[in-house]
Design a protein around this ligand. Structure first.
Ligand SMILES: NC(=O)c1ccc[n+]([C@@H]2O[C@H](COP(=O)([O-])OP(=O)(O)OC[C@H]3O[C@@H](n4cnc5c(N)ncnc54)[C@H](O)[C@@H]3O)[C@@H](O)[C@H]2O)c1
Length: 253
């Protein structure tokens, strides 16, 4: 592809939260963006923000854990926007519980969305990246990869994504494709709001309590994470691959 052509990015789970901020940021960087989430209609806000700012975006409904839906979504993006050569595997869910209370469904749901979803999306996009001799994959890990009470499923999935990322980097490097992981700490989104509700705290109090444990003394915003993803997906980041960047207001690992 010529360097003047617009690169196409897919951001999963982009109807809201970190994914929405990332889609808006990548569009501001000049990417055409597929805003992918479970419900196509729910993507309209993110698409509207991008197009209102003069960018190019389409809404795509897809369950990333379903192989047929993933194949159809990636083909649709390729025909409507062009070959997707930037992929952000951001879609995620929580099914928190202590081990002794965790159901098999809680385990499988989290594995399916985070790990199977990232696998299916990356597999479907890699042929476009290999053909283009350029690709950028960013997987959303988490500080929970280091262990977090009540999240045995989520911790395992987010640690698994780190190994997945490093292996993608090794396999795809020779095709000009990089793979990196961003591991957020506490970010104020619907996901953390739902956790506050589950533990019976108001969201403001929950954030204030979390901030006291964070060296920079505040919780993160979706834009904090979008900044890191913009770096990894940038044209200039071609020699940075297989890395895990904790974006958590302080050191984790
Ligand atoms: N918020 C945090 O503090 C935090 C911290 C560390 C990591 N993360 C990770 O960052 C990512 C985004 O988190 P967020 O806080 O913005 O969450 P969120 O719940 O606000 O948004 C997640 C989005 O993913 C979508 N989604 C869920 N299952 C899907 C599926 N099967 N197919 C397609 N889309 C699906 C949801 O519909 C939703 O729009 C997740 O992977 C999450 O695990 C978040």
């Amino acid at each position: 592809m010529s360097t003047t052509e617009q690169r196409v990015a897919i951001v999963t789970g982009a109807a809201r939260g970190i994914g929405a901020a990332t889609a808006v940021r990548l569009a501001a960087e000049g990417r055409a963006v597929a805003v992918l989430d479970l419900d196509e209609a729910a993507c309209k806000d993110t698409v509207g923000k991008i197009t209102a700012a003069g960018g190019k975006a389409v809404a795509v409904g897809c369950d990333v854990s379903d192989a047929e839906q993933v194949a159809a979504a990636v083909e649709r993006v390729a025909s409507e926007l062009g070959a997707p050569t930037v992929l952000v595997n951001n879609a995620g869910v929580l099914r928190d519980n202590l081990l002794f209370k965790m159901s098999e469904t809680d385990w499988d749901t989290v594995m399916n969305v985070h790990l199977r979803g990232a696998f299916l999306m990356s597999r479907a996009c890699q042929k476009h990246m290999v053909d283009a001799k350029f690709g950028r994959i960013v997987n959303l890990s988490s500080s929970s990869a280091l262990g977090n009470r009540g999240q045995v499923n989520y911790s395992a999935a987010k640690a698994g994504l780190q190994g997945f990322t490093k292996t993608l980097a090794i396999e795809l490097g020779k095709f000009g494709v990089t793979a990196n992981a961003v591991a957020p700490g506490f970010i104020a989104t619907d996901m953390t709001a739902a956790t506050a509700e589950r533990v019976g705290m108001g969201f403001e109090d929950f954030q204030a309590a979390a901030a006291t444990q964070i060296p920079v003394q505040r919780v993160g915003t979706p834009e904090d994470i979008a900044n890191a993803i913009a770096f990894f997906t940038g044209e200039a980041a071609g020699f940075v691959s297989g890395q895990v960047l904790y974006v958590a207001g302080g050191p984790l690992c």
